[in-house]
Design a protein around this ligand. Structure first.
Ligand code: SF4
Length: 646
């Protein structure tokens, strides 16, 4: 695709400007699109930081679609995947002409007809007694074309029934399944195989590239263009998948499925109760031995305490595995369970007997009633590079936050990429006019006891000026809970993370128009609220990672051993990236106005604060709350929505 052809679609006289109401021509979008077109033609790698409002989705979709190549687009979440597939792609294709395109999610997003049949059999008494969710799923299974569970709105996303009836790699019978012809997973994969453009998410991409268990492995080698949107998440996602993990959930699921399958296919066998009953209490003993929860730490710290219960659990898994192996011939389901138990036992034994080695971290995580154990590599450069070599496509990695003040080194180093392949496309927003950065001078050091109550007083005054319309973003759940308690009497609707599902909170926030939303991690990114409903973003502390995180600790030690500064090489760039994401929630369109408050006084008392400020959008700055009041009094114009695709 040539530079002129990009203009024909995204430029002043282009198709989108003529045909689509609300489309605003943006020079940075055109330039980014042209740069991506060149990269695709040369089959190279490009890192692109696209400032908020650049319209990065269309900027990569246009050259990718027009290249005629097989394209895989990976997004940061299923929600973004749906948005791209159901909104952005159809808008472009309406003008560019149809292209075969497909949405592919991880198999646990699809109904498994075999598991549904088994579950209905197992719960038939409950069905009669009104196990309504299962009833709903059963009725829906007869009418749905694609079996994507997100389309059955009547059953909540987190309803327990889904874990019983969705597809899992462990339980799938593949082509030996009696339902194979109608299988939703198989159909989704077949569509992806045929499509020119396949939309996936990072978890599916890595699960498959690494473990080859999501059936995407046949599609990946065909890809000529691979686009990662929200690419700043890749180092974390890659770390998860290039390591190993076993969870209590996997063990309990194995026991539950074994119980069901044995009851159906080997009911004539002698007593199995003892074997099937043994793992559950052992799982609980391991949890107990891990101590207080929630907690995450180095395995070595609990090694002594969990040794005995882990041995008991390993023995229970061995006995179960032997039982399943002895019955494997009796059904395809038992054969699969025998394989699955062997894999789980092997993974568990490895983790149980592994000892810490230099380039990986052996960790545990305890929740109220569950736990996980894992090994994570300290760096993922090599496996990521091996993956890129194995799939020699044009690789485009884009996000609103990939660079620190224009420098891609931090991000690029983590994946073994070259920072010289990076390019920044500035936001078209006039931040100096549209935004104000306020750093209050009256707050104590955030480590002091009275920090939070004093911050809450400051927030009350700010909310008076903004009349609600705010996101209050916290770096810890503890601070969130305390602030929610102290602010519950506000005269505006108060929405607190955890009180309802994330999408309902966001919907309520948009609808109210003057609400105050309190959130942590998941609200720092991927949230788009345009217009006056969001005019104030308050960030409680600079988002440095918790020092107790075992991965951070191990990476810090490596940097210190070679004489480097873990703070400047690791913690600061990471905090800047998070802060840019959090700050990016505020100005979402060319008419948005708003105030960003970074309450942590270290922003101006510490020398590194200057690096943080210079990495943020160039807003006007003040330490004076009166200026904030004035800013809101100056009023705000009506906002127009962003119709440029992200
Ligand atoms: S092929 Fe696998 S996913 Fe499909 S219905 Fe059968 S068991 Fe379920």
């Amino acid at each position: 695709m040539t530079v002129a052809q990009v203009e024909d679609i995204l430029g002043e006289a282009g198709y989108l400007a003529k045909q689509q109401e609300g489309f605003v021509v943006r020079p940075s979008q055109i330039k980014m699109s042209q740069r991506i077109a060149e990269t695709i033609a040369a089959r190279k790698t490009l890192l692109v930081e696209a400032g908020t409002g650049t319209g990065k989705t269309f900027a990569y979709l246009v050259p990718a679609l027009q290249s005629g190549a097989k394209v895989i687009i990976s997004t940061g979440s299923r929600h973004l995947q749906d948005q791209l597939f159901k909104t952005d792609l159809p808008r472009l294709l309406a003008g560019l002409g149809p292209r075969p395109h497909a949405l592919l999610k991880g198999r646990n997003n699809y109904l498994c007809l075999y598991r549904l049949e088994q579950t209905v059999e197992m719960y038939r008494w409950q069905l009669r007694m009104g196990f309504e969710d299962l009833d709903q799923v059963k009725a829906w299974s007869l009418t749905t074309d694609h079996g994507d569970v997100s389309s059955l709105a009547e059953v909540a996303e987190d309803a327990p029934v889904w874990s019983l009836v969705t597809s899992t790699a462990d339980s799938c019978l593949g082509s030996a399944c009696a339902h194979y012809e109608n299988c939703f997973v198989a159909k989704a994969r077949a569509r992806a195989q045929e499509a020119q453009v396949v939309v996936v998410n990072h978890h599916l991409f890595f699960a498959d590239a690494v473990m080859r268990d999501e059936g995407f492995a046949e599609i990946l080698p065909q890809a000529e263009v691979i686009v990662f949107d929200e690419a700043h998440q890749l180092p974390d996602v890659a770390s998860q998948f290039f390591g190993d993990m076993v969870s209590s959930r996997q063990i309990l699921d194995l026991v539950r499925d074994s119980r069901t399958e044995l009851a159906q296919a080997a009911a004539d066998m002698g007593p199995m109760k003892e074997v099937l009953d043994a793992p559950d209490p052992a799982v609980a003993l391991v949890r107990q031995a891990m101590g207080e929860a929630p907690r995450r730490g180095k395995f070595i710290d609990i090694d002594g305490a969990v040794q005995m219960p882990m041995q008991v659990l390993e023995q229970a898994l061995k006995t179960l595995q032997e039982l399943l192996k002895s019955q494997a011939e009796r059904s395809r389901g038992l054969e699969k369970l025998a394989e699955r138990s062997a894999g789980l036992l092997q993974g568990f034994s490895q983790l149980n007997h592994a000892r810490q080695i230099a380039d990986e971290v052996h960790w545990f995580e305890a929740f109220k009633q569950s736990w996980s154990l894992g090994i994570t590599p300290l760096d993922v450069q090599k496996p990521f590079q091996d993956m890129m070599t194995a799939y020699p496509a044009a690789w485009i990695l884009t996000s609103a936050t990939l660079a620190v003040d224009g420098d891609f080194s931090y991000f690029a180093r983590q994946l073994g990429l070259s920072s010289s392949d990076g390019e920044v496309f500035e936001s078209p927003f006039d931040y100096a006019q549209q935004g104000l950065l306020y750093a209050p001078r009256n707050l104590p050091d955030p480590r002091q006891e009275d920090y939070l109550p004093r911050l809450v007083e400051e927030i009350r005054a700010l909310l008076q000026a903004s009349q609600g319309r705010a996101f209050l973003l916290f770096t810890s759940h503890r601070a969130l809970r305390q602030a929610a308690e102290l602010l519950k009497d506000l005269p505006w609707p108060v929405l607190v993370q955890g009180s309802q599902p994330r999408h309902s909170l966001l919907q309520a926030f948009r609808e109210a128009g003057n609400a105050v939303l309190l959130g942590t991690g998941s609200f720092w990114e991927g949230v788009d609220v345009q217009g006056e409903a969001l005019s104030l973003v308050v960030i409680d502390k600079l988002p440095f990672s918790s020092p107790g995180d075992p991965l951070l600790e191990a990476r810090t030690a490596v940097i210190q051993q070679r004489g480097g500064s873990a703070f400047f090489e690791l913690q600061l760039p990471e905090a800047i990236m998070s802060l840019k994401q959090g700050a990016g929630r505020l100005i979402r369109s060319i008419t948005d106005r708003g105030v960003l408050v970074i309450a942590d006084p270290r922003l101006y008392t510490q020398a590194y604060g200057r690096s943080i400020i210079s990495a943020l959008p160039r807003m006007a700055r003040t330490h004076d709350r009166a200026r904030v009041v004035e800013f809101f009094k100056e009023g705000s114009g009506a906002s127009v929505s962003n119709r440029n695709g992200g």
